[in-house]
Design a protein around this ligand. Structure first.
Ligand SMILES: *Cc1c(COP(=O)(O)O)cnc(C)c1O
Length: 314
């Protein structure tokens, strides 16, 4: 996949638009699906990550911090978005990366570096003790504002809630989004009106912890419930395709088909699985005639660069 390193392209929420997603499965059932294209904010920045960072950035600026510091893996969409946002706002950034420093950087790490992020690699064993690492890092980077891994927490949720202000909500009966930490989904649930909120979990949660729908059988449900009050939602656990960032030929074929028929690129970690899940739920008649679904395209396209050349047609 050809690689462009972006350094000064600004994020712009004015680029966000809503596209109709056509598919015979929807037409047969007289259901409509629209996609809110947060991926268009920036060529490499995940749309939802941008929203989740908003309030940490404004806090850091108000408190006259030097920069932001956070944790993540070598393919972290969160860290790359943070590196970009900091550069745009004249802040420094430090990313604490899980795992030893690789001899060759992957495209996500290269992009973080291009944005001027300081990268600190920590062994997987050491990484588990985040408090200790953070303490050491803050000694080295005093005056930095700490953002939890993945942009989790109240600030992330408050920023994510603003995503829905970009769509004519009253037109929709359902809102769907991909779920990692659950931060974006919690924000969506808080901002939704009467719509049914559907989250598609992209991590593999053991069956024993899935409990029944909405039962607080796992950390993810507990996190969402403690931040989204008693509001109802549906979380699906069967669309992980083998686990976080795992994929199958069927998923790639589906993503290619969506691109060829609708011109919409998706990513292997989150949005490809989300769209697949929605078609599957429609096939199972989860939606009724007249329903209108708003699908949040949360971005993440940089993750596709982990695939071999030609695996995707876009
Ligand atoms: C991080 C990410 C998610 C998951 O967001 P959470 O708020 O952690 O649940 C979904 N989609 C994309 C493209 C992401 O990069």
């Amino acid at each position: 996949m050809n690689e462009t390193i972006h350094t000064d392209e600004k994020t712009d929420i004015a680029r966000i638009r809503i596209d109709r997603w056509t598919n015979a499965v929807f037409e047969d059932r007289e259901v409509q699906a629209d996609i809110l294209r947060l991926d268009l904010i920036h060529p490499v920045i995940s749309g939802n990550k941008w929203f989740k960072l908003k309030y940490s950035l404004s806090d850091a600026l108000a408190q006259q911090k030097k920069g932001l510091i956070s944790f993540g893996g070598a393919w972290s969409n969160h860290l790359v978005a943070m590196a970009c946002a900091c550069r745009q706002y004249g802040l420094k950034s430090t990313g604490i990366i899980r795992g030893e420093e690789p001899a060759v950087f992957n495209p996500t790490l290269r992009q973080m570096k291009a944005y001027g992020m300081d990268l600190v690699f920590v062994s997987r064993a050491g990484y588990r003790d985040k408090e200790a690492i953070l303490k050491t890092a803050l000694d080295r980077y005093p005056q930095y504002y700490y953002v939890p891994e993945g942009g989790q927490g109240d600030k992330g949720i408050a920023g994510a809630a603003e995503i829905l202000s970009l769509a004519p909500l009253e037109q929709y009966t359902h809102i769907t989004c991909a779920v990692g930490t659950g931060t974006t989904f919690a924000g969506i649930i808080n901002a939704a009106g009467k719509q049914q909120c559907i989250g598609v979990c992209c991590l593999k949660i053991p069956l024993s912890e899935q409990a029944s729908e909405n039962a607080p059988g796992n950390e993810l449900n507990r996190y969402i419930q403690s931040h989204a009050g008693s509001r109802r939602y549906h979380l699906y656990f069967d669309y992980h395709f083998g686990g976080y960032a795992r994929h199958t030929p069927a998923l790639l074929a589906f993503m290619n088909e969506v691109y060829l028929t609708n011109g919409i690129p998706t990513d292997i970690v989150y949005t490809g699985k989300l769209l697949y899940a929605i078609i599957n739920l429609a096939q199972k008649d989860h939606f009724q005639k007249g329903d209108r679904i708003l699908v949040i395209h949360s971005g993440g396209l940089l993750g596709n660069r982990s695939l071999s050349e030609g695996a995707l047609c876009f």
